[in-house]
Design a protein around this ligand. Structure first.
Ligand code: 9MR
Length: 565
């Protein structure tokens, strides 16, 4: 009996998936912590489920809505994990999912007063032996300069820092704040100054913006300085010369650090996120807002002059490739952000002249580090701007139409998870589920229709245990949370002196393409939603990443806010 093993949010639909080959409905019983039956009913037979290979029934206990903990759902002789009906957990997750980013900070000590002694560590990559440091990093192919690129977030379980997934994560954190400004009022964002355990918690700036700025400052440093070849372009990534083994603490990584060549995609990621930051920081730090806008405009111009610098898939020694061979979506996103910030005619023309205009990218993918046009649409849909009202309505309608497709897709699933349109579970499928959950959430923001709200909470339920493996993919949440995510510091499975992933870290999740040796050895023949193992070496299914946690943080923030309690 598979449930959200943490907590169903009061006032939302509450469903469990029951594995059974019975062709007739089965009786279900909901008991409270004292063992008293508080609700009962009959399951609905759903039959064979393609994504899991299970034969399933669905038990719907939505009508029961009494806040409490220790509920258990029983069908025949089988019981679920205990769970709560409460908004407390999602309110905790809203800050835990964001704490992930402080944990991932490079170039600064992670202090025990913010994270506790088990998670504290010295600054990584600041040129203290054996680190070679990010203080003066040369280009892999000689460029005649070095860059000081200290700071930013490690992208995942490795020590690379990559502009393109940093861009999506930065945008999503900034959008948590910006969506609240325009949808519900900034006071509802719940992430004001003093809400996160970070060094900037008393600087008068919303903490979610402070955290995003940590990465944006790094991205700004990745821009080629004036007077150099490719000035204004942005280096795609910086990482180790060779892959390191697990575990390796950040401050003990002795590999040389190198700048990869510039790329059009990275350059447009800086243009987009710095333009977005510029309008959000104006009232908090006008100097920074101006610096960000200048860098964004310079980056955009450089990208237009160099539209074809594509990061290759082969470049994956010592760090991930983050290859992207189509950057039309990044051009559209950057133009949309620059237009929303400046209102300038040139950016407007690039927006309205793009084939992505009015939401055409929302076909079978929402947001992804390599699929960013939807971020531009979302900004245009949320932030007041001078585009024709009919066009903005069409953009919102495209977002809502994609949400409808997701609802159609999940309606026939035994374990509803708004995933990829083609039924394949790709690397980071949990990120896709969280990202598509965000689209459903926005559709609710735009329309107020309950079906979208239900769809967004269903995505949340899937990540917290209503899935065929009965697995909570969020560390520290639920009876069976991930404990062995692929990470060089949270490597407790390899070295018991090291911690496990902190609460609120999202595992990448099922990947039916089996792209690491452990997955190949243990999961061959798996059904898509079962292609997962909680093993530290199984990096293609069980790594963490900033761009997945940013989607989870966005969803958790929305879900906490929309819990309405
Ligand atoms: O998230 C990335 C995913 O979309 C790609 O398919 C995969 C393989 O190229 O890489 C993922 O990103 C990883 C990066 O390459 C290296 N650091 C860890 C990232 C998360 O697993």
């Amino acid at each position: 009996v598979k449930v959200n093993q943490v907590a169903y949010v009061p006032g939302t639909p509450k469903q469990a998936t029951v594995v059974s080959t019975s062709t007739s409905p089965l009786a279900w019983t909901l008991r409270n912590a004292a063992g008293a039956t508080v609700a009962s009913g009959q399951t609905t037979v759903r039959g064979a489920d393609a994504l899991s290979g299970d034969s399933v029934h669905v038990a719907d206990f939505s009508a029961y809505d009494t806040v409490g903990s220790g509920y258990v759902l029983t069908v025949g002789g089988n019981s679920s994990h205990p769970f709560d009906i409460s908004a407390d957990a999602v309110r905790r997750l809203r800050t835990d999912a964001l704490a992930f980013f402080y944990h991932q900070r490079s170039g600064t000590p992670i202090e025990s007063r913010y994270v506790g002694s088990r998670y504290s560590r010295p600054a990584g990559h600041v040129n203290v032996a054996p680190n070679q440091g990010d203080n003066a990093v040369p280009c892999r192919t000689s460029c005649g300069y070095t860059l000081d690129v200290r700071g930013g977030w490690y992208d995942a379980g490795d020590h690379g820092k990559y502009v393109v997934n940093g861009g999506l994560a930065t945008w999503q954190l900034q959008n948590i704040h910006e969506r609240a400004l325009h949808v519900t009022g900034a006071d509802r964002a719940g992430l004001a100054d003093g809400t996160l355990a970070i060094p900037e918690q008393a600087n008068g700036v919303p903490d979610v913006l402070d955290e995003a700025r940590w990465e944006l400052e790094f991205m700004l440093k990745m821009q080629v300085p004036d007077g150099r070849t490719n000035a204004g372009m942005v280096h795609h990534k910086i990482h180790d010369q060779n892959w390191t083994a697990l575990p390796t603490r950040p401050e003990l990584d002795s590999q040389p650090r190198l700048l990869a060549p510039v790329s059009t995609a990275a350059t447009l990621n800086l243009a987009a996120t710095a333009a977005q930051a510029s309008r959000l920081w104006k009232s908090y730090d006008a100097t920074f807002a101006a610096r960000a806008l200048a860098a964004a405009e310079k980056a955009y111009a450089a990208a237009k002059a160099n539209p074809n610098r594509l990061a290759p898939a082969t470049d994956n020694t010592g760090g991930g490739a983050y290859e992207d061979n189509s950057v039309g979506d990044e051009f559209y996103w950057a133009a949309a952000e620059l237009y929303a910030t400046t209102g300038a005619a040139g950016y407007r023309a690039d927006v309205t002249g793009s084939s992505y205009y009015k939401g055409t990218s929302f076909t079978n993918r929402g947001y992804d580090w390599s699929w960013t046009a939807g971020l531009g649409d979302t900004t245009l849909a949320l932030v007041p701007n001078g585009l024709p009202a009919a066009d903005l309505a069409a953009t919102r309608a495209a977002i809502v139409a994609f949400a409808d497709r997701l609802l159609t897709q999940t309606a026939t699933q035994g374990y509803p998870a708004p995933g990829s349109g083609d039924g394949t579970y790709y690397w980071g499928s949990n990120g896709a589920v969280a990202n598509n959950g965000n689209v459903l959430a926005l559709a609710f923001d735009f329309t107020g229709q309950q079906k979208y709200r239900a769809g967004a909470y269903a995505a949340y339920d899937y990540l917290l245990g209503r899935n065929p493996l009965n697995q909570s993919y969020v560390a520290g949440y639920g009876e069976k949370p991930v404990r062995n995510v692929h990470h060089r510091f949270w490597a407790n499975q390899n070295d018991s002196s090291l911690p496990t992933a902190p609460p609120g870290s999202l595992s990448g999740g099922p990947n039916s393409q089996l792209q690491d040796p452990v997955a190949v050895a243990q999961l061959s023949g798996c059904k898509p939603q079962k292609c997962f193992v909680d093993d530290i070496e199984a990096y293609s299914v069980n790594e963490v990443a900033i761009n997945w946690n940013s989607a989870l943080a966005w969803l958790a923030n929305w879900a906490a806010e929309r819990a309405g309690t």
